[in-house]
Design a protein around this ligand. Sequence first.
Ligand SMILES: NC(=O)c1ccc[n+]([C@@H]2O[C@H](COP(=O)([O-])OP(=O)(O)OC[C@H]3O[C@@H](n4cnc5c(N)ncnc54)[C@H](OP(=O)(O)O)[C@@H]3O)[C@@H](O)[C@H]2O)c1
Length: 311
Amino acid sequence: MGIENKPRSHLPFRAGYQRTTCRTAHAKLPCFLACNAVRATLTSVNGQLGSILMTMHVVVTGASSGIGEAIAREFLTRGARVTLVARRRNLLERIANDASSGRTHVIVADLANPSAACSWVQDAEKALGPIDVLVNNAGVQIVMNADETAWEDAEQMLQLDLHTPLRLTQHVLKTMIARKSGTIVDIASMAAIAPTPGMFFYNAAKGGLAAASEGLRAEVRKHGVHVMTVYPGPVKSEMEARGRAAFEDRVAARYAPTGSAETLARMIANGVERKRTRIVYPRIYMLARHWPNATRWVVDALTPPVKSREK
Ligand SMILES: NC(=O)c1ccc[n+]([C@@H]2O[C@H](COP(=O)([O-])OP(=O)(O)OC[C@H]3O[C@@H](n4cnc5c(N)ncnc54)[C@H](OP(=O)(O)O)[C@@H]3O)[C@@H](O)[C@H]2O)c1
């Protein structure tokens, strides 16, 4: 019987599992049954691995819509207890109502307000226990020419997108280091790798968050704390729709690869389980990390102008 072994690198057991393919027709049925048995076993073992999250308290900031909502729902599906933080209570409560009771805690907070950045952490820990995973996701985006942006708006965005995640991280790190476990997930942006014309302040915020996140990883690894940095390119959401509408309509921008919040959320939950260091999504934007000069040229040449404020 002709047997061919191919490694399946995307499965959790990289070294151990080999795909078995039969070349001859008469051997196809037993081979098919054997393959399915192996797959079923792997799925059930993988299911148990997924249950690592069942003991965890995950905090998601900006959980009321878009990527944050998808992340919260994904962790809830995998059995975690989730604290949902944002300003729109009704949206947070809708997510909480969809989950089984006792597994969610709703915090209504304006994270752009420095005094509210960390004040709710104690309440969340009292409700669901020590924080195991902090997902710094809440954010807004300003798509506007630098000279036209009001400084007050920029300052508020920098507070929400940069200062608050840094403060929250520093706050929860203390207890994570003491407990020798924990995960920080920072939702940065492709704007950190390939800054986009028309997003002067947003580029600065996401560049700062990504740099802090990447640098922290090695610092806290020895304490048992893991840091994962996430670089979303365009992902369908309220923010993405608003951002797109702020640019002039051009063919190149219209056809830019755009992902879904649900797929990204699955990748993030898998990444937490498997201690991935970074995620770039949609995956095609990985090219930007490998060809920075070509990327700079493409982004400068193809980004449409921001719509003038007079229009
Ligand atoms: N979608 C993309 O294409 C894309 C690409 C790269 C990076 N990202 C990043 O992904 C993250 C999520 O964005 P999204 O696309 O999912 O946008 P979204 O749908 O607009 O969600 C933003 C979330 O942040 C929360 N938020 C906004 N201002 C807040 C404040 N002052 N205090 C507390 N929460 C606040 C919002 O909740 P409330 O309004 O209820 O407060 C909402 O839950 C952001 O950090 C964004 O920069 C998104």
